[in-house]
Structure formats: structure tokens, C-alpha cells
Design a protein around this ligand. Structure first.
Ligand SMILES: [Zn+2]
Length: 483
């Protein structure tokens, strides 16, 4: 019996706002002293009233719109009750039956199948439906040290969106590819920095198996909580597929939904508890917050404000600018890089050459975004390469220098003596000198030993102190040796 994995994801992403969701505390507590970004509101002191951060509301709506969701004209907040030391209010303010957005879909890229030689084939696309997007606050963080638990509430009250997908993914690779696309989208629209290392994006993955013949049926699923990296997501799903397959083979397919945790060190999931249902949380409407409303004009405005999405850029780079898929993918994935690339193309009109230089030289510098490099530097370098005023190794050197100083490329080429001489007159003089000095080599060449040409080219290059255009040198040398 062939079993098909059925996977759905819930993604929590931290919205990139200045302050928290219900108070004016700093939302960026990265590296801050524990409990230094808190106030009576996000500490849940009695009598304190939450006030909705409008920037969080707008970023949630924009993120949802980018996922193709319908922004709801009316949504409301609810209390989700559970008791946990890192939840100071004793409940989380979330959205239960009327979330901020519903019914979206996301198209994402899947790596092409590899052929017998290991070469990746053409990338494929797949679409998955988004069930809903809702707003809620994050909890604090607890750290277990020996027998004690340390609590840090800096994260308490941080704004999150929870994105819920339909169970339409069928392999760990698909789940990872979708999650990657989601991260790109949230970054491109400025809704979330989605930095996994800082815990800004986390996944819960639900998975069950079913016989492939039973196309639509859903079996009891296991939900693996709090996966903090793409690798963990993929590995946890791989593990669950193997674990559940064994159960199916023993005719003991899961009948009860369960919640599981992921142990990254051991590489396995373990049972935490039977899955909670909505009843367990005793949801009820939040009395201290008004509903969230958007009118038609506001919704229209949010939709209009959406930038071109990464996957749309990918297709445009491929189609209009004829870039290779791997190049188009890298350049379209990061909004800062994509903008830099497009500005450079505007200045030089040579997308392929610009792409090549960015990918081979600029991206080799990890911190290139923090340097003095501008699109004009890259466009000028492309132009000089094209005119053969500079060699490719020279291009690498001037760009490296431009990153440090921001100096104009022309100036750097002169200062660093990297300007290639293509002027025939000057090259002729160097060649005459070299030919005069090496009569034996000239004889050898004329006697048919073509290999010595390389030596002669080398001598001319040396005489020009590396400034001569080697192609030009070779061309003129051949001409002269015929005589
Ligand atoms: Zn606060």
C-alpha cells in the first residue's frame, strides 16, 4: 500500500513594528538584558488596558494581502486561556472565529527533478491555499537551568501573525519550499524580517498519512510544535513519515490527534500530549479591545501598495532578461539585492552582465550591503568590461576597492593601474621590443611551434605592467609574426 503524506503548516511570524502589540515597549529586544523591555501592560498587571498598535494591524493586513487573502472588513480579538509561566496575563489575546484575513493562496517554486547526472531540471511551481491569517501577541520565554526556570518577558506582547495553510503539501521538500517562499514574501512586503535565527518565524507542522487511493480522506494528524528552522521543519516531517509509516504497516494507524515536540539533537519527535481542541482554551471575546475594521478604500489601498512579489520577479528576470533560473532565483529572493540589481540594469541595460558581476563578485563579500557600493559602480564596471578597458580580475579589484571607499570606478582604475590599454599604437611598441629581444622564439613560432605564442604574449603583458588588453596583444602579435 502506497502512503501519501498530508501536511499543513501554521506559521508564526513576528511583525516588524517599532513597538509591541498592546503597549509602547520596544519590539526589538534582541541582545537586550532580560526583562528590560517590559511595562505593566505587557506584564499583564491587573487593571492595565491594551491598545492596538495600528502599524501591527496594517502590517498584518499587508502580509495577508500578499498571500492572496481577503482582508476582512470586520474582525475581532478573543482571549485564548491557558496557564503557563511565560504568559503573564493567563491568556493570550488572539483572534478566534473572525480573523483579520481569510482564503488566500500562494504560488511557490519547487526545485526541478535531478537527472541521472545530478543536474537539477527546470523548476516547478505549486499552489497552496491559505486558510486564514490572524493577529495575536507572543508570550515570554522560559529557559530551564537545572531544576529552575528563568523567565524573560521581553518578548511578551510582541505582535505576531499566525498563517494557517490547508493540508495540501505532500512532502517535507514541498513544506520547506513553501516556507522559504513565505519568508521571501513577508520580507518583500516589509511585514516581517522573518529571521529564523532570532526566532522571528516558527512553524508548527501537522502531518498524517493516507493510502494514496483514498484521495480526499484525512486521518488523525500529529502536530509537531515550534520548529525553528527550515532544516528542522524538513527533518521533523521526515521523521514523522517514517514513524507513522511503521504504525500503518503494523495496522496501528493513529486514531487520536496528538501534539509532539521536536528534539533537534536526537533528531526525533516525542509525544507531548493529546491535541488540545478549541474547547480546552475556553475562548471568549476580548472585552478590552474594539474590533478591527477596514473599509473598501483602505483594503484597495493596501492591495495597491503591494510590491512585485519575489516569484513574479523570478519569472520576469527569466523571461524579459533571459537570466538562468538559478541566477534569477538568487537575485529575486532578497528585496535589497533585487532592488540593487534592477537599478544597475536601469543604468547599464545589460542584465546578464550585471547579474554575472553581482553573483560572482559582489555577493562573495558577505557584508556588501553595508559597504559604499552603489549601482553606478557596478554599471560602470560592466561598461568598462564591455569596452575591454578592464580585465575581469581588474573588475574584481576595483569593485572591492569601491566597497571600501566609494570612489568612482574611473578614478580607481587609474589609481590602481588597472586600466587596460587597447590602443594599438602603444601595444605595437611593446610588441616590437619583445620581438627584438626574442629572435629565437620568433624563429620557433615561424617554424610551426605555435605554443611559444603564450610566452610572447606574457612578455608583452609584463612590459605593459599588466595593462595591455591580452586579446588585443595576441591579435597583433599573430599579425606581426606572419611577416
Ligand atoms: Zn509593554
Amino acid at each position: 500500500m502506497k502512503l501519501q503524506p498530508v501536511i499543513g503548516l501554521e506559521i508564526h511570524a513576528q511583525l516588524s513594528t517599532k513597538s509591541k502589540l498592546w503597549c509602547s515597549c520596544d519590539n526589538d529586544a534582541h541582545g537586550a538584558e532580560p526583562n528590560s523591555r517590559v511595562c505593566p501592560v505587557c506584564m499583564g498587571f491587573p487593571g492595565m488596558l491594551p491598545v492596538l498598535n495600528e502599524d501591527a494591524r496594517d502590517k498584518a493586513a499587508k502580509g495577508a494581502a500578499a498571500l492572496g487573502c481577503e482582508i476582512q472588513k470586520f474582525s475581532k480579538f478573543d482571549r485564548k486561556n491557558y496557564f503557563y509561566p511565560d504568559l503573564p496575563m493567563g491568556y493570550q489575546i488572539s483572534q478566534y472565529d473572525q480573523p483579520v484575513a481569510l482564503k488566500g493562496s500562494v504560488q511557490f517554486l519547487l526545485p526541478g527533478e535531478r537527472d541521472a547526472h545530478g543536474n537539477a531540471g527546470k523548476m516547478q511551481t505549486k499552489k497552496i491555499r491559505i486558510t486564514r491569517v490572524h493577529l495575536e501577541n507572543d508570550s515570554g520565554k522560559n529557559t530551564h537551568v537545572g531544576t529552575e526556570t528563568l523567565l524573560d518577558f521581553n518578548r511578551s506582547g510582541t505582535p505576531l501573525i499566525e498563517i494557517v495553510t490547508e493540508p495540501e503539501l505532500h512532502s517535507p521538500e514541498e513544506a520547506r519550499a513553501f516556507a522559504t517562499e513565505l519568508q521571501k514574501i513577508l520580507r518583500a512586503v516589509g511585514a516581517s524580517d522573518a529571521d529564523m535565527e532570532k526566532g522571528m518565524m516558527r512553524f508548527d507542522a501537522s502531518i498524517s498519512l493516507r493510502p494514496e487511493s483514498e484521495d480526499k480522506k484525512l486521518y488523525a494528524r500529529a502536530e509537531v510544535k515550534n520548529l525553528n528552522s527550515f532544516a528542522a521543519l524538513e527533518k521533523a516531517l521526515d521523521f514523522e513519515i517514517k514513524r507513522q509509516t511503521k504504525l500503518w504497516e503494523k495496522k496501528e494507524a493513529p486514531t487520536v490527534e496528538s501534539t509532539r515536540g521536536w528534539d533537534d539533537e536526537k533528531g526525533e519527535t516525542k509525544l507531548l500530549r493529546k491535541k488540545e481542541t478549541a474547547d480546552d482554551y475556553r475562548y471568549f471575546p476580548e472585552p478590552d479591545l474594539p474590533p478591527v475594521t477596514f473599509d473598501d478604500d483602505q483594503i484597495e489601498e493596501i492591495k495597491k501598495s503591494l510590491p512585485e512579489l519575489p516569484i513574479e520577479k523570478f519569472f520576469r528576470y527569466k523571461k524579459e532578461w533571459k537570466l538562468a533560473e538559478t541566477d534569477a532565483l538568487i537575485l529575486s529572493s532578497d528585496p535589497v539585492l533585487a532592488q540593487f540589481f534592477e537599478k544597475t540594469v536601469d543604468l547599464s541595460d545589460e542584465p546578464k552582465a550585471v547579474a554575472k558581476l553581482l553573483l560572482s563578485v559582489v555577493l562573495a563579500h558577505e557584508d556588501w550591503k553595508k559597504t559604499e557600493l552603489t549601482p553606478k559602480h557596478v554599471a560602470d564596471t560592466v561598461r568598462f568590461l564591455h569596452k575591454k578597458n578592464i580585465s575581469s580580475s581588474g573588475a574584481k579589484k576595483v569593485l572591492g576597492a569601491a566597497m571600501k571607499t566609494g570612489t568612482k570606478i574611473e578614478t580607481l582604475m587609474v589609481e590602481m593601474r588597472l586600466e587596460q590599454v587597447s590602443d594599438s599604437g602603444e601595444i605595437e611598441t611593446w610588441i616590437s621590443d619583445v620581438l627584438k629581444e626574442n629572435p629565437d622564439t620568433v624563429e620557433q613560432f615561424r617554424a610551426g611551434k605555435e605554443k611559444v605564442l603564450g610566452f610572447l604574449v606574457g612578455q608583452v603583458m609584463k612590459r605593459s605592467r599588466g595593462s595591455a588588453n591580452p586579446e588585443k596583444v595576441q591579435e597583433i602579435l599573430r599579425e606581426r609574426l606572419k611577416k
